[in-house]
Design a protein around this ligand. Structure first.
Ligand SMILES: [Zn+2]
Length: 391
């Protein structure tokens, strides 16, 4: 079956767009893009709408507990419950126009298993790039789901074990975080452990990404050859330049601490930590943009207030635009750059003939107002309609 969306603004994903364009696709691929009339089994009038490549959320946590949670729930995360949460969450991304996700830290390696079921077509959800369990220190950030390591030898063993399980990425937790006890800036993994894990990544051809909320840990990770910095608080021009020289990627996830600082109860100590973190990440975001650090987009979905009903992905894009990035460049980050980070830019990330038809249709023009990315009308994954707005 072929579908034609006609007379829409088509944002290609590479920085260009077609006004009043037509796009024809089937379940295998995008067949035609241009201004000519094409015949199709199903025709959708795209007047007033914008067609974009399916969005890519490069920082999510599959199977996290929906907030608010109890200490008991955090401590006792059994495999079946985590798996069911992961499936439900994965399907929900379509509502935000997201067709590919990178899961960077999940209990029981649930994302690795979910990835395989999605590939086989047993579960309809975005394609997943999975990091499995994150590597942390005993009692450190995300220790309830992670692999706890306290020596270089244990770090090597954990990283190699993840590679044996065929993760797509290795996730490490060099510092503490907003979630968990104590300040979010404490250094946790040692420099030697960070270096050992990055070395394993290179040896097994597996990219590495790290949760970083401390300046020294940021420098250590970039020097160790980390592939992608997550959060990256306190980035300054010096580190940004190092990242540009080394080709290090950056995913700020600015929206999560914005929402936590806005919506948490006053009585929750996370609220103040999130407010402090928000100031630092917003500064890092500006520094990264002004220095042209390679960036894609991530929401930290799974953390509090990041489900699709809060429009976390659209809000993250908005935060890019008020930090100095143009609307068009922001949309390139949300599509093509995400595909580049994940090594799939030959098949998705831009709307081109022959590519997989991962497509999102929104009401309005995001180049006029980036908040229009909230208004997802249709999401297609591999040419199949997987979400349709009831509005
Ligand atoms: Zn995260």
């Amino acid at each position: 079956m072929t579908t034609l969306i006609k007379n829409a603004k088509i944002i290609v994903g590479d920085g260009s767009f077609i006004e009043n364009g037509n796009i024809l696709f089937d379940k295998d691929k995008i067949l035609k893009i241009g201004k000519e009339e094409y015949k199709a089994d199903k025709v959708i009038d795209g007047t007033g709408k914008t067609v974009l490549p399916g969005f890519i959320d490069c920082h999510v946590h599959a199977g996290f507990i929906p907030f608010p949670w109890t200490d008991e729930e955090v401590k006792n995360q059994d495999e079946i419950t985590v798996a069911m949460r992961a499936v439900s969450q994965a399907k929900s991304f379509f509502k935000s126009g997201i067709t590919t996700i990178r899961s960077v830290g999940s209990g029981h390696d649930v994302d690795v298993r979910l990835r395989e079921l999605i590939k086989k077509g047993e579960i309809q959800a975005p394609r997943i790039f999975a990091a499995g369990r994150p590597i942390c220190i005993t009692s450190g950030h995300c220790c309830d789901i992670g692999i706890e390591v306290d020596t270089v030898g244990e770090a090597l063993k954990a990283a190699r074990t993840l590679c044996k399980k065929k993760v797509d990425w290795i996730k490490l937790m060099p510092t503490s975080g907003v979630i968990g006890v104590g300040p979010s800036t404490n250094v946790q993994l040692s420099n030697e452990q960070i270096k050992a894990i990055c070395d394993v990544g290179r040896a097994f051809d597996t990219p590495t990404c790290a949760h970083i909320m401390n300046y020294n840990a940021l420098i250590e990770c970039v020097e160790a050859g980390l592939t992608c910095v997550e959060h990256g608080y306190d980035m300054d021009d010096k580190v940004a330049n190092m990242m540009v020289d080394k080709g290090t990627w950056y995913i700020p996830t600015a929206v999560v601490t914005l929402y936590e600082s806005m919506y948490m109860d006053e009585s929750n100590p996370m609220k103040e930590k999130a407010a402090q973190a928000q100031i630092r990440v917003r500064n890092a975001l500006k520094v990264a943009i002004s220095n042209n650090v390679k960036m894609a987009v991530g929401t930290d979905s799974g953390c509090p207030y990041t489900n699709p009903d809060t429009y976390a992905f659209a809000k993250e894009l908005y935060l890019y635009t008020i930090s100095g990035m143009s609307e068009m460049d922001t949309l390139v980050c949300a599509t093509k750059k995400g595909a580049e980070l994940l090594g799939i830019d030959d098949i998705v990330g831009t709307l081109e003939e022959g590519k997989i038809a991962d497509i999102v249709v929104i009401n309005g023009d995001p180049l006029q107002d980036i908040n229009n990315t909230k208004n997802v009308e249709y999401t297609y994954r591999g040419g199949e309609l997987v979400y349709k707005s009831l509005n």
